[in-house]
Design a binder for this molecule. Structure first.
Ligand SMILES: *Cc1c(COP(=O)(O)O)cnc(C)c1O
Length: 424
């Protein structure tokens, strides 16, 4: 076999398919930071399932826990029944994650996607406060269901809604108005505190600490603290959507830890299942737990194999701070390599935190070409941002230094191929 057979995808699968267009091959197996297509070609993964594979593909530790569980006829589908797998996950989450961080949260199991978690969070905030409006931020991304889409910025995604997206008002994210040092709360505070501003008092603010889909836009620690204070002073609930930036992506387990804030509600999905298995959580302060039994429901809230791998990931990677320290060291490695790229090529800048980085191209069209060139070289990277002008780097946290260096070298070659003129 030399060329992968793509016919059935083009013939049968809906036009809505997306990533397969950027990476036109047929993938077959994967381990760690590598995927293999059916022709045997290898690709280094700097996308990690959009942040769902922080511990890599088929992580051996998590795989063993899953194999043992399946071999022992452990519960696979459990609605929201109490199971041993769920008990062990809850205990581990409490003992490894919540208690050491002084976080007193109740845990809700919504449906298994990030959008499910966001919908539940928005519903709960509205139910608790009796208010309707939600404040979100420019270039935010919270998912594709109608509630989540209403707080999402992306015009193309919003265009798919088919109904008006209501009860959300967009506020300027950190740096949106005039760059990194602006005080972008001036507008938000003004409209919140002016009864005649036309803004109804909101139930909640929903924010990502780093906007992954929105172009790797980073909220400063001071900005986040100010936001938390501003919400607390006005009794507006603060929702941190940690679906992509949680589970160690920025270093600490929760991305908001470095700001020293305690959100009222936190959403997790993507890497919380550990193994790439669908799972989501909503965490919230106990006094917000006004749900009636069964009031928010869903058939697939009990994906027990995901509970098993989630627990194994928490046990194995979060019993100490080794992963966080390693992430910080790898982040510095990326920073150095990207600084070299910025020096070598005109028209690019970079930004990042932990193991999420963006290479921003002045000429937006270059970013997609760089991704295509990287694919040719065996590196998977994707674009993000309003004009798809940002190449987003999201390697597994478990990637080795040499793999990281190799990927960064392939990226530099790709930028060189597209932008040319190395050494201006
Ligand atoms: C991916 C993502 C979502 C949506 O998750 P799905 O599983 O795709 O529904 C929500 N919020 C953020 C920040 C995300 O990155």
């Amino acid at each position: 076999m030399t060329l992968p057979d793509m016919t059935v995808f083009a013939d049968l699968e809906s036009n809505v398919r997306g990533y397969c267009r950027s990476w036109p091959t047929v993938f077959d197996t994967a381990s760690g930071a590598w995927l293999r297509d059916e022709t045997g070609r290898e690709y280094l993964d700097f996308f990690a399932g959009a942040g769902a594979l922080n511990y890599g593909h088929n992580n051996p530790v998590l795989k063993q826990s899953l194999l043992d569980y399946i071999a022992g006829d452990g519960i696979t589908h459990g609605l929201d029944m109490s199971t041993v797998a769920k008990r062990e996950l809850l205990e581990t989450l409490r003992d490894r994650i919540l208690r050491p961080r002084g976080l007193d949260y109740k845990v809700q199991f919504p449906g298994p996607t990030g959008a499910n978690a966001v919908e539940a969070a928005l519903k709960l905030a509205r139910k608790v406060t009796g208010r309707t409006e939600i404040l979100n931020f420019t270039n935010a991304f919270h998912g594709m269901t109608l509630g989540a889409l209403s707080v999402t910025g992306n015009a193309a995604k919003r265009a798919g809604a088919g109904v008006p997206l209501q009860h959300a008002t967009s506020m300027p994210f950190d740096g949106y108005l005039s760059g990194p040092d602006d005080d972008s709360f001036e507008w938000m505070e003004r409209v919140l505190d002016d009864a005649s501003s036309g803004l109804d008092s909101p139930a909640a603010v929903i924010v990502e600490t780093v906007q992954g889909e929105g172009g790797v836009n980073i909220a400063g620690v001071q900005w986040l603290r100010k936001l938390a204070g501003l919400c607390a002073a006005r009794e507006i609930l603060l929702i941190v959507d940690d679906v992509q930036m949680g589970c160690g992506r920025t270093g600490p387990f929760f991305s908001f830890e470095m700001a020293g804030i305690t959100p009222d509600i936190v959403t997790l999905s993507k890497s919380i299942g550990g193994y790439g298995l669908p799972m989501a959580l909503v965490l919230f302060k106990p006094e917000l737990d006004v749900w009636k039994p069964g009031e928010h429901n869903g058939t697939f809230r009990g994906n027990n194999p995901a509970f098993v791998t989630a627990r194994a990931a928490l046990e194995h990677y979060w019993a100490d701070d080794a992963l966080e320290i390693a992430t910080r060291a790898k982040a510095e490695r990326i920073d150095r390599a990207l600084a070299g790229m910025v020096a070598a090529f005109d028209g690019i800048t970079t930004r990042g935190r932990g193991l999420v980085h963006g290479v921003v191209f002045d000429d937006a069209s270059a970013a997609e070409k760089v991704c295509a060139s990287a694919f040719q070289r065996g590196l998977l990277v994707e674009t993000s941002g309003p004009e798809d002008e940002v190449v987003k780097l999201l390697p597994p946290l478990t990637i080795s230094d040499s793999e990281l260096d190799h990927g960064l070298e392939l990226l530099a070659e790709s930028v060189d191929a597209v932008c040319g003129g190395r050494g201006r």
